[in-house]
Design a protein around this ligand. Structure first.
Ligand SMILES: Cc1cn([C@H]2C[C@H](O)[C@@H](COP(=O)(O)OP(=O)(O)OP(=O)(O)O)O2)c(=O)[nH]c1=O
Length: 192
């Protein structure tokens, strides 16, 4: 089996690998996640994922590096991680009763063969109508910290969601099935 490296500090991404029986090694990237606002959301997510993968690829030998970046987009506006509780409250108010997209860009690099792949997955998420009491109760869980869109679908945030259209794991931060498709197609490796 090839040496896989996950270039992400996100415990959720490591957990997704664990769920499919892979105890993946983590090497965190140290990129500055600044974005160019003139790019399309999927370009931004792919570019950030690629920067994370390249950064880690320069630190390890003979490995396949997997990196990802997740952003939330509503009506072409990018909603990142909340700066504070006030910010999280505003985001949840704006997502209430509405549809948004969760885009995860991912990058795969085989630094032995010098193969590089970048792609993304998009999932539509429909929020329920949330009242003030629910939003305040959710904020008290502090689950919003460090989450794009200020919620965690894998936690109590599941109670805010009416339905999704697309890959669930993509919302949690790693479209594992699409990543496996790319590994099969371009690297001749299957995670199954
Ligand atoms: C919408 C949503 C996002 N998220 C998380 C996934 C990502 O970890 C995070 C978005 O931040 P990212 O910048 O994609 O990742 P990260 O900062 O956690 O880790 P790293 O940069 O080292 O790769 O939001 C959830 O866990 N659940 C959700 O429902």
């Amino acid at each position: 089996m090839k040496n896989f490296i996950l270039a992400s500090a996100s415990p959720r991404r490591k957990e997704i690998f664990k769920q499919i029986g892979i105890d993946i090694k983590v090497v965190e990237s140290s990129i500055n996640e600044s974005i160019r606002t003139d790019e399309r959301p999927e370009q931004i997510a792919m570019s950030l994922a690629f920067q994370k993968a390249i950064d880690v690829s320069n630190k390890v030998d003979n490995s396949i590096i997997i990196a990802a970046d997740t952003i939330v987009v509503k009506e072409n506006e990018i909603i990142g991680k909340p700066k504070n509780k006030l910010d999280a409250r505003k985001t949840l108010q704006s997502l209430s009763g509405q549809k948004h997209s969760v885009i995860t860009g991912f990058a795969l690099i085989d630094n032995n063969r010098l193969t590089k792949i970048v792609d993304y997955e998009l999932t539509e998420v429909y929020f329920k109508d949330l009242d003030t009491i629910e939003i305040e109760a959710y904020l008290e869980t502090y689950e919003y910290l460090d989450k794009a869109g200020s919620y965690a679908i894998q936690g109590k945030g599941s109670l805010l969601v009416e339905k999704i259209n697309g890959c669930y794991f993509n919302v949690v931060g790693l479209p594992i099935s699409k990543i496996n498709d790319s590994l099969k197609k371009y690297f001749d490796i299957s995670l199954i």
